[in-house]
Design a protein around this ligand. Sequence first.
Ligand code: ZN
Length: 113
Amino acid sequence: MHELSLVMSIIDIAQQHALDADAHLIEEIELDIGTLSSVEMDAFDFAWSQAVKNTLLAGAIRKINRIEGKGTCLDCDAQISLQQVYDVCPQCGSHFINVLSGKEFRVKTLLVS
Ligand SMILES: [Zn+2]
């Protein structure tokens, strides 16, 4: 399950950060997850609930920012919102879209103590 490995990588990052900060507890974690990233949120939630047990993230409040997919058409310069990475430009039908946002998958902030 690809979501589980994503969760594991977040746990690694978060615990490493807490260790560096001499913290014993992670109180809050905020994640940016773009709507174009291939993360299935139900699977992600399930993987999360299983994987954070016995980690510093077990009691952490989790906030998720869903980042909307946006891009620019390289042929007609239209600013477009994307539902899929391979959407075509609604103005001119071009496949050449420069994706500006929506592929994010990162830890935005961590609150440790
Ligand atoms: Zn276009």
